[in-house]
Design a binder for this molecule. Structure first.
Ligand SMILES: Nc1nc2c(c(=O)[nH]1)N[C@H]1C(S)=C(S)[C@@H](COP(=O)(O)O)O[C@H]1N2
Ligand SMILES: [Mo]
Length: 521
């Protein structure tokens, strides 16, 4: 027990020192790399996530996936440090050596992160040196410990000669170091993020008035309780990305480079971008990891400059068929060039629902492309567009088991009733409600089946654009009290009806009909 605690104290001391130093590096030395060993190891882990694990994590934890990763890392590290502490008590050199080896793995993770340099190693190295010293010092005290709890037993001879400490004293010491270490870890996180909002208001940024604005017609929104709002609030909009810490990018320093198969490589600043003619568009984003009936989908009003105008300026060479967009943190998406150059509203977006992009959603600039899953199009914190070919480059998720191309599959969801929910009939009738999407094609029909009855057509609300989802309601006329099952399926404007065959999200999006069990009072 004291030996295990010594190991934990050494681990906490290592990370406490490293995380505080890393905060100094990020914040005051403005290192662009990842100097925090925790972020680096977490990031390296995310980069190696196989599709089945990503699916499982998102299915189980949803958008709390990052929190789950943090808790998982904490538990793993605590157990590993305790084991190393116990080992060190028996084999002093071996234990300390293995502890150092774990440190080396952390250092390698730091070096493997985009933009990390040798200087980013310093916090981890200093932390590990401190940790090894804590480990060996505490280990020696544990070895020479006098069991103060049993005063009747004569002390071990070596304990008296080498100034042995009491069990209580050793436990307190190790516990104190562990506590300080944890404080250091927490302080590191707070120091590197607190008060570091880079965002400013639309007025301060001087966002231009779009030359083409859009508004949501009354007939597109619903007043059924529990039904999705036509526009999703920025605060509740789903967030999916690989960034363990939200990148803080200043609008002033931001630039976007167009490189690769172009007549002329160009670079624009944020001020250049604001100087162009902006348009607004309603676009529903969807994550390929969304399960049937899931909530990794949201609809917003985006403002920005059409990507095709920037590409036109650079002059895309005819052999190019893909644009690899890259984020500040190295993440990439491979988008078919026609989706960026045809007449759809593929935007370099600066605003979301009338506000500058929230940091979590890509401030200062992100891509928004109607009709494609986010992983192949919606690059947040975008800094480079490399014009290239699918046979020469691949986006982040492609070598990780996801399809290179990701058109959004037609989908529909029942919002009301929730699974397991209860509906109260009014005049013998209950109302079911939901959403359906087939971005850039449009929704032609939604049908609902209650129990094993015939498929019935739902009422479609207005569809201001084919790039967004469409709300629907269905009034079930002769609702009988008791348990029921409802299913939904949508047909897109090409006449394709959703398949009943179920498929998991990987490699190119889930399929199947959303089904809910509910009761009528
Ligand atoms: N830089 C960056 N951009 C990214 C991602 C990412 O991991 N990093 N994830 C993409 C994925 S998988 C999706 S579904 C959308 C989600 O956008 P949102 O978080 O604004 O909803 O962002 C895309 N853009
Ligand atoms: Mo996604």
């Amino acid at each position: 027990m004291p030996a295990a605690l010594a190991g934990i104290a050494a681990g906490a001391a290592t990370l406490g020192v490293a995380e505080v130093l890393a905060a100094v590096w990020t914040r005051w030395l403005s290192s662009a790399g990842t100097s925090s060993p925790l972020l680096a190891v977490g990031g390296a882990f995310v980069d190696r996530t196989p599709p089945w694990l990503k699916d499982w994590a998102i299915e189980t934890f949803g958008t709390a996936d990052k929190l789950a990763l943090g808790v998982g890392m904490g538990v793993t590290l605590t157990v590993a440090c305790a084991a190393l502490g116990l080992l060190t008590l028996r084999r002093r050199q071996l234990g300390a050596g293995l502890f150092g080896l774990v440190g080396v793995i952390g250092a390698l993770a730091v070096l493997s992160r985009p933009a990390s340099g040798v200087l980013d190693l310093i916090p981890t190295v200093v932390g590990v040196v401190v940790g090894v010293r804590v480990l060996t010092a505490l280990r020696d005290r544990v070895a020479h410990m006098v069991d103060a709890a049993e005063p009747t037993r004569p002390p071990h001879p070596s304990a008296t000669t080498s100034g042995g400490s009491s069990r209580r004293g050793v436990l307190l010491g190790a516990g104190g170091v562990a506590g300080l270490g944890v404080l250091g870890i927490a302080a590191g996180q707070v120091l590197s993020t607190a008060g570091r909002t880079v965002q400013r208001t639309a007025e301060a940024l001087g966002l231009p008035t779009p030359t083409r604005t859009v508004s949501v017609p009354d007939g597109a929104a619903s007043d059924v309780a529990g039904h999705s709002a036509y526009l999703t609030d920025n605060e509740t909009f789903y967030r999916i990305d690989t960034a363990l810490r939200v990148p803080r990018v200043e609008a002033e320093g931001w630039t976007l480079r167009v490189t690769g198969m172009v007549d002329e490589e160009i670079e624009i600043s944020y001020a250049d971008l604001l100087g162009e003619e902006h348009v607004e568009a309603l676009v529903t984003l969807t994550c390929v990891s969304n399960q049937v009936g899931g909530d990794l989908v949201g609809n917003a009003r985006w403002q920005g400059w059409p990507v095709r105008e920037l590409l036109e300026r650079a002059g895309v060479q005819p052999e190019a068929d893909m644009v690899l967009s890259r984020s500040v943190d190295g993440w990439t998406a491979g988008t078919p060039i026609e989706a960026l150059t045809d007449d759809r509203n593929a935007l370099l977006a600066v605003a979301m629902n009338g506000e500058p992009l929230p940091a979590e959603h890509g401030y200062p600039v992100r891509m928004v492309v109607p009709g494609l899953y986010g992983y192949v199009s919606a690059t947040k914190w975008v800094t480079e567009l490399k014009v290239t070919r699918f046979d020469a480059d691949e986006g982040y998720w492609t070598p990780r088991g996801w399809s290179a191309r990701g058109p959004i599959k037609t989908a529909s969801r029942i919002d009301v009733p929730r699974s397991g929910g209860e509906l109260a009939p009014s005049g013998g009738e209950v109302t079911l409600a939901g959403v359906a999407w087939a971005q850039h094609r449009g929704i032609e029909r939604v049908e609902v089946q209650v129990d094993d009855g015939d498929w019935q057509e739902a009422t479609l609300l207005e569809e201001p654009t084919v790039d967004s989802w469409r709300l629907w309601t269905y009034a079930w006329p002769d609702a009988s009290s008791g348990q029921h099952t409802a299913r939904v399926r949508a047909t897109d404007a090409d006449g394709q009806t959703q398949t009943e065959d179920t498929a998991p999200p990987a490699p190119d999006g889930a399929t199947g009909w959303h089904t809910v069990e509910f009761s009528v009072a």
